[in-house]
Write a protein of this length. Structure first.
Length: 326
């Protein structure tokens, strides 16, 4: 329990530091969102409305410390401000539109890549020096060494444009209305198949290599040799003794990867025109939409911290040694 409380305190401190940086960094930049929005409207907004705009964006003549505590209170209430790129829509509504697509696309790719990579890594380590160990890791690492956007564009051109097996972009067909119908669900899966497959192809080699190297180290441990000397079944030695202990470093990486899922797979969503968080971040940078950028960065930070908290809980189950940590 002390271990969990200590880790929770660290994550709360990190969350506070992220919110503080998120508040001060935009205020160190020249200008402010209200003047940029006023310039975009090209005289269609009365100058008298500038004060109201500044209040809407949380920029007023109040002392900086007062603005800071107001910002912290608004964050805890789920109010991230007004978006400039999608004015006058609140940032929370803008993020809520892209969040489900990112969770579905990048989340599916991370989970599939992690499961396949770690499973194949354990298998290649157990049967090392076989043809599987000789061919599979080097092939997947070679494919993963190519720039992802090149793999994505090549797959999109060959399988989407030339052969016509997959759609060329977007999350679903333009002629469909979103809903929980079988036609819509199958169309969403069909549109996501190619981006998910390219993401998995580009990343699962790293999971495989990490698991294989750790597995080989663990297999040289005394407890694995003792389990084999007892005559335990190979499957039990592989899963209960070797793989369970070798999984710990991969679990840490999986927690980080799962947290960054909410940031969106930027290149994926650009190449495949997928309406997720990565696409929103690009629009926010182009429009210098500080409020939207702040909201997305906070969502990414909180998701990483939350994912690592759950990884700590998983560690307690995987590694009994942490239960007695002081």
């Amino acid at each position: 329990m002390r271990y969990l409380l200590r880790r929770l305190g660290f994550y709360l401190l990190a969350a506070w530091a992220a919110m503080t940086l998120n508040f001060f960094l935009p205020r160190l930049l020249p200008g402010d969102p209200s003047t940029r929005l006023f310039a975009r409207l090209q005289g269609r907004l009365a100058p008298e409305a500038m004060d109201a705009l500044r209040d809407a964006f949380g920029l007023n003549d109040a002392p900086l410390l007062v603005q800071y505590f107001t910002y912290i209170r608004e964050v805890f209430q789920g109010n991230f401000g007004i978006s400039i790129a999608y004015f006058p829509t609140p940032v929370t509504e803008v993020i809520a539109k892209g969040l489900p697509w990112t969770l579905f696309l990048a989340g599916s790719a991370v989970v599939v890549s992690f499961v396949l990579g770690t499973a194949l890594g354990a298998i290649t380590a157990w049967w090392r020096r076989s043809w599987v160990d000789s061919v599979l890791p080097s092939t997947l690492i070679l494919i993963g060494s190519f720039p992802y956007f090149w793999l994505a564009m090549f797959a999109l051109y060959l399988l989407g444009f030339v052969l016509g097996w997959f759609p060329l972009g977007h999350a679903y067909g333009d002629d469909l209305e979103p809903g929980f119908s079988w036609l819509f669900i199958t169309d969403v899966i069909r549109h996501s198949a190619l981006p998910v497959a390219t993401l998995v192809l580009a990343t699962w080699g790293g999971w495989l290599l990490t698991m294989r190297n750790t597995m080989i180290t663990v297999m040289g441990s005394d407890f694995v040799g003792l389990a084999e000397a007892k005559g335990l079944p190979t499957r039990k030695v592989l899963t209960r003794y070797a793989a369970r202990n070798a999984l710990l470093p991969s679990v840490t990486g999986f927690g980080m990867a799962l947290g960054f899922v909410l940031g969106g797979s930027l290149l994926t969503e650009i190449v495949f025109a997928y309406p997720g968080q990565g696409y929103l971040l690009v629009q926010a940078v182009k429009s210098q939409d500080y409020a939207l950028m702040q909201g997305i960065f906070l969502i990414i930070t909180f998701s990483v911290l939350t994912a690592n908290w759950f990884v700590d809980l998983l560690y307690l189950w995987l590694d009994p040694r942490t239960r007695g940590a002081r």
